[in-house]
Design a binder for this molecule. Structure first.
Ligand SMILES: [Zn+2]
Length: 285
């Protein structure tokens, strides 16, 4: 669930709290969470955290020390969190995936809610990050927004906007929550195809990306040093079907597209039409 704004504030808070902190040791209780063998996790001991940043929806922690800088690329998937704790985790905590024990007793922890182990971390020389498959295949960052003509080129494909904008290879940082907000802000149907957008619609889509920047500003105001498990997301339409549209007052509707539920305003985004549930209609065929 963490998308660009949530990962950005996570990285900013971790960077502020951890830069310059020494690593005592590191371990990976989530057996499948560490996706690399070289450099080994033990190479982090004695290094200091240089910075915490982000690319797309993935946090990156950099460690300085003897030899070349090492980076840890993290994929939170849908239920992962990267957080700092004042005390070390109990080794019986089943949510722990990677534990980085810091000087002074604190711990940087990759945790994951739920039963599935999908979140992962990968260690590599910092210089290799840009060439990593997960990074090299990303499209431009969704925020700050790419230039208008670049966005126009990117979306000129015969694909529905809802899945297309969540495709990290096309544009990086947008997931299920913020795609609803962006399309509502732009007054565009989730089922409109990118190639069918006229110039005015592309301009609206481009302008709508500011909701990501607004969310980061909101988090700067309300998120303290410790990033909470559940982020106070300033969502206006996502998952609010049945409630009045905050802009026009029409009743927000929701429709399944593949496995995802998308919320929209029928009056402003789909010319008054309430969309058929495409998942259900497929089952009934
Ligand atoms: Zn509306």
């Amino acid at each position: 669930m963490p998308e660009l704004p949530e990962v950005e504030i996570t990285a900013r808070r971790l960077d502020r709290g951890l830069a310059g902190t020494e690593v005592e040791s590191a371990l990976a209780p989530g057996m499948v969470a560490l996706k690399s063998v070289s450099p080994p996790l033990s190479a982090l001991a004695g290094r200091t955290i240089e910075s915490v940043g982000r690319v797309g929806k993935m946090p990156i922690v950099e460690f300085a020390g003897d030899g070349e800088p090492i980076a840890m690329l993290v994929h939170l998937m849908s239920a992962g969190r990267l957080q700092v704790f004042e005390k070390r985790a109990s080794l019986r905590d089943r949510r722990s995936r990677v534990l980085i024990r810091l000087a002074g007793g604190r711990e940087l922890r990759l945790r994951e809610f739920g039963t599935k182990q999908r979140a992962w971390a990968k260690l590599m020389p910092a210089a290799a990050i840009a060439d990593d498959e997960m990074v090299a295949t990303l499209g431009p960052e969704a925020w700050p927004a790419p230039p208008l003509d670049r966005l126009a080129e990117l979306v000129a494909e015969p694909r529905h906007l809802h899945p297309m904008l969540r495709d990290q290879r096309l544009i990086a940082g947008i997931g299920r929550s913020w795609v609803d907000e962006i399309l509502w802000e732009a007054r565009l149907s989730p089922f409109k195809k990118g190639a069918d957008l006229d110039p005015a619609e592309i301009e609206r889509l481009h302008a709508a990306l500011h909701v990501l920047g607004d969310a980061i500003e909101h988090y700067e105001d309300v998120v303290g040093d410790i990033v909470p498990d559940k982020m106070p997301m300033p969502l206006r339409v996502h998952r609010r079907q049945g409630e009045p549209c905050p802009r026009c007052g029409a009743t927000l509707a929701a429709v399944h597209f593949a496995e995802h539920l998308t919320t929209y305003c029928p009056d402003e985004q789909t010319a008054g039409r309430v969309l058929k549930d495409r998942r259900l209609s497929r089952l009934l065929k």
